[in-house]
Ligand binder design. Structure first.
Ligand SMILES: Nc1ncnc2c1ncn2[C@@H]1O[C@H](COP(=O)(O)OP(=O)(O)OP(=O)(O)O)[C@@H](O)[C@H]1O
Ligand SMILES: [Mg+2]
Length: 311
């Protein structure tokens, strides 16, 4: 089974796609079979950052049912034989306002994709699509810039993702609860209030959903002048939301990134000696560790459930 890594942010334009494409290529170079899925349904551009300007098939072909299986829109990327892509397009409003059934069909078909690692660029914002794409992964990555607005949006994003994760764990036990699936919650307490009569184990369900919620933070475009107070952010999140935030890495603000984007190449390919490229490679090594930890945990669970028998 592939390990899924989702990459999101509260605010747009902070560097998600730069991180997603470079991490995907770095993991491919490290020997993993990688699939990058561009689920930024509003403004997909991962294909451009990888030099694939006119992808022959895209996610839109799957969403509009021109092809029936998600695996049929996977294309090779010439930069590396281990790297493949599901290109997004998302010019049409129909795609941006994807209906629930289409989204469900998309999420379900991720199980049929073959790869060691699937990197998902989920796009910016906090709408349900973004939160659900983010939460379908095994390893969560959030990107922010050091500006106060970006950090605030990041806090809001992580908070809403944590609430949605709690709601999702209730829904998996009570799939027919309409109230839960369509309601906007502003805190975990509010979810517990609404579910009080529904499930006597409410507190335990919420606590376990939050305990295992530990997104990794990437601070992009950092400089000596602007830094994020990660310790403070972590404390506030822990106190008011639950869950934890790990600092995975910092990428310096580096003009070489913009130059690489203009060459339609990931920076680790265009300028491997640049400070940003080195930071992105280090970040990918950290992510690889999280992927290994996740697959070891998944194997142990499988062994415990099936006694090591092949399934
Ligand atoms: N570390 C960096 N140093 C300098 N410039 C950077 C850095 N990271 C990203 N950029 C610049 O920021 C631009 C936006 O990055 P990117 O497209 O990855 O953001 P995004 O979060 O995916 O945006 P969107 O929300 O629109 O999808 C890039 O085109 C690049 O020029
Ligand atoms: Mg992007």
């Amino acid at each position: 089974m592939a390990t899924l890594i989702s990459i999101a942010s509260g605010k747009g334009g902070v560097g998600k796609s730069v991180v997603a494409t470079n991490v995907a290529l770095a993991l491919a170079k490290a020997g993993r079979r990688v699939l990058l899925a561009d689920l930024d349904v509003g403004g997909a551009d991962a294909h451009i950052l990888l030099g694939e300007l006119n992808p022959p098939v895209t996610l839109t072909d799957f969403l509009n049912k021109r092809v029936h299986r998600l695996t049929d829109v996977v294309i090779p990327i010439s930069l590396h034989p281990n790297l493949r892509l599901i290109a997004g397009t998302g010019e049409t409003l129909a795609t941006a306002n994807m209906a629930y059934a289409r989204k469900k069909r998309l999420i379900n078909q991720f199980q049929d994709l073959t790869a060691d690692v699937i990197v998902i660029d989920v796009g910016a914002g906090t709408n349900y699509h973004v939160l659900d794409f983010f939460l379908m992964a095994d390893v969560y990555v959030v990107v922010a810039n050091p500006e106060p607005t970006s950090v605030l949006d990041l806090y809001r994003f992580v908070k809403l993702a944590a609430i949605r994760r709690v709601v999702a764990s209730f829904l998996s036990r009570h799939p027919l609860s309409e109230t839960l699936s369509v309601r906007d919650f502003s805190s975990v307490e509010e979810v517990l209030d609404v579910t009080k009569g529904l499930d006597p184990d409410g507190h335990d369900i919420a606590a376990s959903a939050l305990r295992s919620f530990r997104p990794s933070l990437v601070v992009n475009r950092s400089s000596n002048r602007s830094r994020v107070n990660v310790l403070y952010l972590r404390k506030v999140l822990h106190e008011y939301v639950g869950g934890d935030l790990l600092l995975l890495g910092e990428i310096p603000d580096d003009p070489a990134v913009g130059l690489a984007v203009r060459k339609f190449l990931p920076i680790i390919e265009a300028d491997p000696e640049s400070p940003a490229a080195k930071a992105l490679v280090a970040l990918s090594t950290g992510l690889e560790r999280l992927v290994t930890e996740h697959s070891e945990r998944a194997n142990k669970t499988q062994e415990a459930v099936f006694g090591g028998a092949p399934v």
